[in-house]
Design a protein around this ligand. Structure first.
Ligand SMILES: Cc1ncc(COP(=O)(O)O)c(C=O)c1O
Length: 391
């Protein structure tokens, strides 16, 4: 067990279990797909919520100033960026914020750039809001690390290109973008009048020797052109509290965003979420350090396994608890690959293709589980490969 409580969620309403039948056609898979963890939410968060329940009224409450300040302090402590309280507004969901920002900063028919492969709602938000999706695929170098393709981006920009959706750190490929990469991207967008929506919800899941650089921390000009989305959902395994924030330093952009917010009437959210948010950002440092140790150990396990099974190519992610397994050498079609994982290995992973066509031949494995579970999963995969003549 180590210092964390790993929870068997099979008898709960956890999405990873409840959607097994729908997604994999069977209950008999070890689910390692949706991006939450099997690790108990920090005790400091649960205790704060319990304490709040001693008060018998759960009425309307505004997001406390203390909560916003706790997040600013956390970002300063962990990422060296002085985010100001005045820039922040509450959001019930990072994806909802993407939708709001798309509507605030572009018109129907305008173009929005997405760097594929990427978290599927990026595509859905562009399309469902009637904007035109422009793909600027990431390119993989010889070591398997992904990079921005700025030449391709430059070629695709037209007067109708208004926004770029950045995923930083990147789900699913696990890149923690370097300062110089972000600088070049940020400057190109600035030069072309393209506002960047920077989804940084994975910013706290970064492995030793890597540093998350908030896009808005790079320069004042880039900051004024950036909408940053952050929240405690991934960091503290508390997605179920549905709480995050949007940071916009430019007054002009903030006012446009606020106009859009009025239309959706998110208000300030739920009181128990405020309490959880504040407690996590105030008291969560030690727990978070332990989490990174645990995830680093799991990552090593996957890396060692992949070295012993080179048919599955693997480049260690610098951040996120998602392993992007390159299974192209198995030479299976995407349906066949998915069936192989489900039926032969008994594993419920996210199919690479669901992140865009560049994800074809890949599978995404969520390794935020107990080490024994990861061990079991890798064993199951070893046996499946062997049985099917892959060594
Ligand atoms: C990049 C990214 N953005 C947003 C989300 C979801 O955020 P929310 O639940 O706040 O909408 C996820 C969840 O996996 C994600 O990976």
């Amino acid at each position: 067990m180590g210092e964390f409580d790993f929870i068997d969620r099979s008898n709960s309403n956890a999405e990873k279990h409840t959607l097994k039948q729908k997604l994999f056609g069977t209950q008999e898979v070890l689910p390692m797909w949706v991006a939450d963890m099997d690790i108990a939410t920090p005790a400091c968060v649960l205790d704060a919520v319990r304490q709040r329940l001693d008060h018998p009224i759960i009425g309307y409450e505004i997001m406390p100033e203390r909560a916003y300040r706790a997040q600013c302090d956390w970002v300063n402590r962990h990422h060296g960026w002085t985010m100001q309280r005045e820039w922040l507004s509450y959001s019930p969901s990072v994806v909802a914020s993407i939708g709001c920002a798309i509507r605030a900063f572009s018109d129907e028919g305008d173009e929005v750039i997405v760097q594929s492969p990427v978290y599927p709602p990026f595509y859905e938000m562009v399309r469902s809001n009637g904007r035109k999706l422009i793909l600027n695929p990431l390119i993989q170098d010889e070591e398997g690390r992904y990079n921005f393709d700025l030449d391709d981006l430059q070629r695709k920009i037209t007067p109708k290109t208004k926004l770029l959706l950045l995923c930083s750190p990147h789900n699913p490929v696990g890149c923690v973008w370097l300062r110089e990469e972000l600088l070049a991207l940020g400057e190109l967008c600035l030069k072309n009048g393209i506002v960047v929506i920077s989804d940084e919800v994975h910013c706290d899941i970064v492995f030793p020797e890597n540093t998350h650089v908030p896009l808005a921390s790079i320069s004042q000009a880039i900051r004024e052109n950036t909408v940053t989305l952050i929240g405690p959902g991934k960091t503290f395994n508390m997605a179920g509290f549905s709480i995050s924030t949007v940071a916009i330093s430019s007054q002009k952009l903030r006012e446009r965003y606020q106009e859009e917010l009025q239309k959706v009437h998110y208000g300030d959210g739920a009181v128990l979420s405020h309490v959880a948010f504040e407690a996590a950002y105030t008291h969560g440092d030690t727990w978070h350090a332990g989490l990174i140790n645990h995830l680093t150990a799991n990552l090593e396990l996957i890396d060692t396994w992949c070295k012993a099974h080179p048919i599955v190519r693997f480049t260690k992610p610098q951040g996120t608890y998602l392993a992007w397994l390159d299974c192209r050498a198995l030479k299976m079609g995407d349906r066949e690959l998915r069936d192989f994982f489900v039926k032969e290995a008994g594993l419920g992973l996210s199919a690479g293709l669901s992140f865009g066509k560049e994800g074809s031949g890949f599978m995404r494995l969520n390794f935020a589980v107990a080490t024994e579970i990861l061990h079991t999963a890798l064993e199951q995969l070893s046996h499946a490969l062997k049985r099917n003549g892959y060594g």
